[in-house]
Design a protein around this ligand. Structure first.
Ligand code: CA
Length: 374
């Protein structure tokens, strides 16, 4: 299915675009065109360089605006404020507040457990089936799709050596993930329950958590990933609203043991989103998000279970999406055929069921590797 068909009236994602010499503004996408929302809806909340002000208006408003956009575009494109997507520059769609990356795929966590802890009898740590494991990352290095990624330098321990060296990563990898955007947060001391999540969760985008495996392997004990991840993470330019994914809702895989009360869902729901990993124009893997163990609602409920506040623009990512098969893994280390070379381009794509039997697309998350700074 071509790209334009994946961005019909049942999709209507949000992004931020600019034309040469103009300030960035909020738009939606219809087919291969961007549609300026401040002009379409005569609303200044969209005449801004990020989605934050609109997201902060809350779910009732998100629903009203989605209805208004669909109505305004039902009879075709307006005369003004429409631009071919090839003519515009897309920007980071929102100001990223805090960023947390989970580790929600059982297949990925098991694969990585075997690689990083080959002598351990169980590839999963004892906590993994009890809570959605995560770490807090660096929001300032989230970049929009299309931004080049400079190969990071750092400490790594060469095989067979006892002392680390410093230099460009030789094991630069991808992590194909979904990023979830918090539209309205919760006050410190309160929680977001799994039932409340839909009032807070604005939308979804593709996310590539670039990972330097050699830096990560040496640094991560005992406090988790840091410089092996924090050099860059790529977010798709279009945020697909949660409302566009109603038809993509499915049950989650069986959870054993049963989740604790604050992680229980009634009804349980995950998302049937099919990811694709393209390396230099070749489809190398198709990770099925439907196989992911911990759901978005469980991740957000867990994030706030201790009373931690969230706020507009918080981003939490799923962790690498991997299915059970070798052509469904979301990272190169799991694939076992080598790592990224300078000049390589990785593009993540995804589609999902939309309303009325349609199929909708998420905006791609693309990035090309540039050589390390001398
Ligand atoms: Ca990750």
């Amino acid at each position: 299915m071509n790209d334009a068909a994946l961005f019909g009236l049942t999709n209507l994602p949000y992004g931020v675009y600019s034309l040469p010499g103009t300030a960035p503004r909020v738009a939606t996408r219809l087919g291969d065109d961007v549609v300026d929302l401040a002009l379409l809806l005569d609303d200044d909340v969209f005449a801004r360089p990020s989605l934050n002000a609109f997201m902060a208006q809350g779910r009732r408003r998100w629903d009203e605006v989605r209805t208004a956009i669909r109505s305004a575009l039902a009879d075709g494109l307006p005369a003004d404020g429409v631009h071919p997507i090839a003519d515009v520059t897309m920007h980071l769609p929102f100001e990223v507040a805090d960023y947390v990356d989970f580790y929600a795929s059982e297949h990925h966590a098991s694969n990585l457990g075997r690689l990083f802890r080959p002598d351990s009898p169980d590839p999963l740590m004892p906590n993994w089936r009890h809570l959605p494991v995560s770490y807090t990352g660096r929001s300032g290095s989230v970049v929009v799709s299309g931004t080049d990624v400079v190969r990071p330098c750092g400490q790594r321990l060469p095989a067979g050596e006892s002392a680390p060296t410093f230099g460009p990563s030789a094991r630069l990898d991808i992590e194909a993930e979904l990023g979830f955007v918090v539209g309205t947060g919760n006050a410190m001391g309160s929680t977001i329950t799994t039932d409340d999540v839909e009032d807070h969760l604005f939308g979804v985008a593709l996310f590539n958590d670039w990972s330097a495996r050699d830096i990560q392997a040496w640094e991560y004990v005992p406090l988790g990933p840091h410089l092996g991840k924090s050099f860059a993470s790529t977010l798709g330019a279009w945020i697909t609203p949660l409302a566009a994914l109603d038809a993509a809702r499915i049950d989650v895989p069986g959870q054993v043991p049963a989740p604790q009360g604050y992680l229980a869902m009634d009804p349980p729901w995950g998302l049937d989103i099919g990811l694709e990993v393209w390396l230099n124009g070749e489809l190398i893997s198709s990770p099925p998000y439907a196989t992911t163990y911990w759901s978005p609602a469980q991740m957000l409920a867990h994030l706030t279970a201790n009373g931690a506040p969230t706020r507009t623009g918080d981003l939490f990512a799923s962790g690498t999406v991997s299915g059970p098969e070798l052509d469904e893994v979301g990272s190169l280390i799991e694939r076992g055929k080598g790592f990224l070379e300078d000049g390589d381009e990785v593009v993540l794509r995804a589609t999902a069921p939309g309303a009325n039997g349609t199929r909708i697309g998420l905006g791609e998350a693309a990035g090309r590797i540039r050589k390390a700074h001398a």
